[in-house]
Ligand binder design. Structure first.
Ligand SMILES: [Zn+2]
Length: 386
């Protein structure tokens, strides 16, 4: 079955062949065939299709690609958030609260929570999501977290190295992560991730975990330079990882390493919003030629938002990005951070993941912060139920 969406005031294609960043086509139309985009161009030239949708002059953009989330968890940390807003600083150890709740939850409870959050994301225009483990920290709980994440996405990430669990010896825990835990988790994971930060895992431990993950067929990505300067960003560049996430505290050598390596810097402005920390400097990265993605980091501790439109607005207001750069980073940028070219763009052959905005242009994502602008979403060619 084919669908023609026409009378699109502004179509954002992210076509890499276009002269402008977003590959904008005005007075446009798109034809979807099965789960793929079959045609894009001027509405006047559009071919016929089985189903006809009138966009009413509004904008259509590629679905958001949220390349960083932690959706498999139980419990609630609203009191911790309130305390932080009253002056208590954020520390990585808060993760342990969620670990205890997650271990105590049933599979059904965890699955239900992920389903709820994924539905919430889709209503806000996210059509591809990466989901990490990292709140189980035992062989059983990490493996079941990933098995549950796999029910919702193929972009699953083993993050046994989130924090050393309470009462564990760090050396013994790394041996567990690189041994039995990795073996149990690898069948459900595409990626392996490490929280490389003071209070979590150091550079040598991260190297060891990536080496072990690679031997099991997993590709690396990294949490780094969130809470302070450190070796993580340079390590990611050195190892040629696809993405390194947070990148809040960078020195000039870090920025140069990212520009040279092509590693995508994934910025997570929901974290700085929710922890009242300084935002990363996206302008500096873009001006240095670094590829930038924006993601939600949806998690119960440091960023409990599932909203990519909010992250786009924050990136524009707080991180020096233009609305076009932020829109690109939240779509094509996220795709690059997952090493995907089939999503994050609307060109013939790409997956038919589209968002109809209740607005005349992508600029409104930042211009109208907090307003629910997603009027319709198609995932793999199928419209979501409103
Ligand atoms: Zn994270």
């Amino acid at each position: 079955m084919s669908t023609l969406i026409t009378n699109i005031g502004e179509l954002v294609t992210n076509d890499p062949q276009a002269d402008d960043l977003l590959g904008i086509v005005t007075d446009a139309a798109v034809v979807l065939e099965g789960d793929r985009v079959a045609w894009t161009g001027a509405a006047a030239d559009a071919p016929a299709a089985d189903v006809h949708v009138d966009a009413g002059g509004r904008a259509v953009i590629p679905g958001f690609v949220d390349s960083h989330s932690h959706l498999v968890f139980a419990g609630d940390r609203a009191p911790e958030f309130a305390a932080r807003m009253a002056g208590t600083p954020y520390a990585a150890g808060g993760i342990r609260t969620t670990v205890a709740a997650t271990r105590a939850a049933t599979d059904e409870q965890l699955t239900g929570r992920v389903a709820h959050l994924v539905a919430e994301m889709r209503r806000q225009g996210t059509t591809t999501v990466e989901i990490k483990s990292g709140y189980g920290l035992t062989v059983r709980d990490e493996a079941r977290s990933l098995a549950i994440a796999r029910l919702f996405t193929n972009e699953t990430t083993f993050l046994g190295a989130h924090v050393v669990p309470e009462g564990s010896d760090p050396g013994e825990y790394v041996a567990l992560v690189t041994g039995p835990m990795l073996e149990a988790c690898a069948p459900y994971a595409r990626w392996v991730d490490v929280f490389c930060e003071r209070g979590a895992f150091d550079e040598d431990q991260a190297r060891e975990i990536f080496r072990a993950g690679e031997a099991q067929g997993l590709r690396g990505r990294l949490h780094a330079n969130q809470l302070g300067h450190g070796p993580g960003v340079r390590l990611a560049a050195e190892l040629g990882l696809v993405a390194v996430d947070h990148c809040t505290y960078l020195d000039d050598a870090d920025v140069a390493a990212l520009a040279d390596s092509g590693t995508v810097a994934t910025l997570l402005p929901g974290v700085e919003f929710s922890t009242r920390q300084p935002y990363p400097d996206a302008r500096r990265l873009l001006d240095a030629g670094v590829s930038v993605a924006i993601a939600s980091d949806c998690n119960p501790g440091s960023s409990y938002t599932s909203s990519m439109p909010l992250c786009v607005a924050l990136a524009v207001r707080e991180m020096g990005m233009t609305p076009a750069e932020a829109t690109y980073a939240a779509t094509a940028g996220g795709a690059a951070a997952l090493d995907r070219t089939d999503v994050g763009r609307l060109v013939p052959g790409s997956r038919a993941d589209l968002v109809l905005l209740d607005a005349p242009s992508h600029v409104h994502l930042a211009y109208r912060p907090g307003v629910p602008l997603v009027a319709g979403t198609w995932v793999a060619g199928r419209p979501l139920d409103p």
